[in-house]
Design a protein around this ligand. Structure first.
Ligand SMILES: O=C(CCC1CCCC1)NO
Ligand SMILES: [Zn+2]
Length: 369
């Protein structure tokens, strides 16, 4: 098993400042400066654990190539691209559009490298250089829509890569699984009317974006039935996520039979994340990856390309990310010292109210032709 791995130190230089990802500091309102939730630390710590654990020696290092304007414009409007480039040239940078997604000077070049990194990883899987790949990129991308960034995202990294695969490389059907704890609204919006791109999002119910990712968001026009959303109740743990994999994701992929599976891999569903209330452990991520690989072996020669999204626990993102990459590469577990704590939490078993939500969405899978 050859697993590609892509990381670049420039991703750690994406400057999101000290507005905590909430609002600019405002002493009168009691808002103190605080590092942005989306900062370099969790990604850098994951990269360093990959190195220190020795897993790096079992991975095929892939060097990112920046996305071209033409590639970015397959998803984003010219006006949006020009605004990002203009603000990126300013001494203090700018914001992708919602006031929560700042970037420093040169932010455009780093965001283009992130999008291009995912393209590079997808190309390596499609051309057989590697069997599967993990692109540890930053800034994230799954919230970005055509005319704006949002939710810490600037460009729709995975959407741009999927468009490239289809329009430049002639790939037919593509499935995109989003297990970031927040709804993959941006990716979904790009392909909402496209029956050749299946988007499946497993997320905590109505966290971000607000009022986004309901079970009845199923696509539109020709794409009706090719968007699946599983809005999981807060507190869902490993067994709830694995039941969603077994009941919705795997059956949908079997019916859809993509030529490659892309994954928006956030670790903010983990049991130690500050921006959500789920309880997934490294074992949960390991098992989710295992199930995905098994169905990928069945339907698309094992072709999987993963793009890093959210995840804000400096302590636990590293171990969750390592578990995914160990599984992708077929390597033994290095160990997770946090696991005894989080796996002991009550509520990891599948709960009736979680099963009810998942079973409702499972009923939609039959509409995939
Ligand atoms: O991890 C994220 C960012 C979510 C935050 C954006 C504003 C409040 C929650 N999206 O996947
Ligand atoms: Zn997220």
């Amino acid at each position: 098993m050859t697993t590609g791995y892509l990381y670049h130190e420039l991703f750690g230089w994406h400057d999101t400042g000290t507005n905590a990802g909430l609002a600019p500091s405002d002493p009168a309102a009691g808002l103190q400066p605080f590092v942005h939730f989306e900062n370099a630390e969790t990604k850098r710590r994951l990269h360093e654990l990959i190195v220190v654990s020795g897993l790096i020696d079992k991975l095929e290092r892939i060097r990112p190539v920046s996305a071209t304007e033409e590639q970015i414009l397959r998803v984003h409007t010219p006006e949006y691209l020009e605004r990002i480039k203009t603000e990126s040239a300013l001494p203090k940078g700018g914001d992708a559009g919602d006031g929560l997604s700042p970037f420093g000077r040169g932010g455009y070049e780093i965001a283009a490298l992130a999008a291009g990194g995912v393209i590079t990883a997808v190309e390596a899987v499609l051309n057989g250089t590697v069997d599967n790949a993990y692109a540890l990129v930053r800034p994230p991308g799954h919230h970005a829509v055509a005319s704006s960034g949002m939710g810490f995202c600037i460009f729709g990294n995975l959407a741009i890569a999927a468009k490239h695969a289809r329009e430049a490389l002639g790939v037919g059907r593509i499935a995109i699984l989003d297990w970031d704890v927040h709804h993959g609204n941006g990716t979904q919006s790009v392909f909402y009317d496209d029956p050749d791109v299946l988007t499946v999002s497993l997320h905590q119910d109505n966290v971000f974006p607000p009022n986004s990712g309901a079970a009845l968001e199923r696509g539109e026009g020709e794409g009706s039935g090719y968007a699946l959303n599983v809005p999981l109740p807060p507190g869902t743990g490993d067994q709830g996520y694995l039941y969603a994999m077994d009941s919705v994701v795997v059956p949908a992929l079997r019916r859809f039979r993509p030529e490659i599976i892309l994954v928006a891999s956030g670790f903010d569903a983990s049991a130690m994340d500050p921006l959500s209330r789920q309880m997934v452990t490294s074992t949960g991520y390991r098992e989710m990856t295992r199930r995905l690989m098994d169905v990928a072996d069945e339907v698309c020669g094992g072709r999987i390309a993963v793009s890093h999204e959210g995840g804000y626990s400096p302590v636990y993102v590293p171990f969750c990310g390592l578990a995914v990459m160990e599984t992708l590469s077929g390597q033994p577990a290095f160990g997770d010292p946090v696991l005894p704590i989080v796996s002991g939490f009550a509520g990891h078993d599948l709960q009736a109210h979680q099963k009810q939500v998942i079973d409702e969405v499972a009923g939609f899978v039959a509409d995939i032709a």
